[in-house]
Design a protein around this ligand. Structure first.
Ligand SMILES: [Fe+2]
Length: 309
């Protein structure tokens, strides 16, 4: 019997025990770790749109210490959400609060000796961009540490990573949240988030131009098949190559985990494949550093993370 596992909300049954606390997007505790689920709690989770939760022994979950504390992560998500929503309403992006949470994240990461894979963050679909931005920041900073970037460079990378998808504020929600595949026209619009992000970030005081280029280039691919400019190989900035790996990893584990059972283990296999000579999508050196430095610590990493088997 596994000590903790991810269970989709529709598969939850009364009597199951919550292994990790469930938070709202603004960081409030909705259900505390350790609580025994009742029908009313399950209905609430369903009504709030949570896809899944961690079930099992909360002490076991506790042992898998997050590389960044839950409170820092939650706070970062709330700050990203607020800042992005203000831009959506027409304000200028406020960089200071974001730079502050980025510094907190980097401080926690550099004070941690081991580089470990963060627990999958379970988020609601409409909060996806904010949680995803923070996770990509955390994973990119981990990669930056493993690549031995100096402190200033590491912070610039983390700043670019947390802002990589800021251009999505300019994409209509009916495209962003569409539950079906995008049409060619919608896809064209979606791709523009890279350019919009660059336009929002370039030339901003106190922000490295490298961060703006992360927004611009994170969908470029090594073989030149990416967008918006079809850059290839070294023409893609190292920061963007790092963020592309973090972005791909996080999208695979969080997007599909409930639908297709992509575990962190499987996602790493897939990264390796995407960096192979035959595919040349992701930077091989960055992926190798990821594979060599990430510790598998989730008990069910080598098995399926869902309960459908
Ligand atoms: Fe993106």
């Amino acid at each position: 019997m596994r000590k903790i596992q991810i269970v989709r909300v529709e598969d939850l049954r009364p009597g199951m025990r919550l292994a990790r606390t469930v938070y709202s997007a603004d960081g409030r505790v909705l259900l505390q770790a350790g609580i025994v689920l009742k029908d009313s709690y399950i209905e609430r989770l369903q009504a709030l749109g949570f896809p899944a939760v961690y079930v099992g022994d909360p002490e076991a979950a506790e042992r898998f210490r997050d590389v960044v504390s839950e409170s820092t992560r939650r706070h970062a998500i709330a700050v990203v959400k607020e800042s992005f929503e203000e831009v959506k309403l027409g304000s200028t992006l406020k960089l200071e609060p974001i730079a502050q949470v980025v510094n907190d994240i980097v401080d926690e990461i550099v004070s941690t000796r081991e580089v470990v894979l963060p627990l999958t963050d379970i988020r609601k679909h409409d909060d996806y961009t904010f949680g995803h931005s923070v996770s990509v920041c955390v994973i990119s900073a981990l990669l930056g540490v493993a690549l031995e970037l100096d402190d200033l460079t590491l912070r610039e990378l983390a700043m670019g990573a947390i802002l990589h998808d800021v251009g999505k504020v300019k994409i209509p929600e009916k495209i962003l949240l569409k539950p079906a595949p995008l049409s060619a026209k919608e896809w064209n619009e979606m791709r523009k988030h890279t350019l919009y992000g660059f336009q929002l970030l370039r030339g901003r005081d106190g922000l490295s131009s490298r961060a703006a280029h992360v927004a611009y280039q994170h969908h470029e691919r090594i073989d030149g098949s990416g967008y918006p400019r079809a850059l290839a190989g070294d023409k893609i900035h190292l920061f963007a190559r790092i963020v592309a790996v973090a972005d791909t990893y996080d999208a695979m584990t969080s997007d599909r985990i409930y639908r297709r059972g992509v575990t962190p283990f499987e996602a790493l296999q897939e990264l390796k494949e995407l960096a192979s000579e035959g595919r040349r999508q992701l930077d091989k050196d960055v992926v190798n550093v990821f594979l060599a430095n990430v510790a598998f610590f989730l008990p069910s990493c080598k098995a399926k993370l869902d309960t459908r088997e």
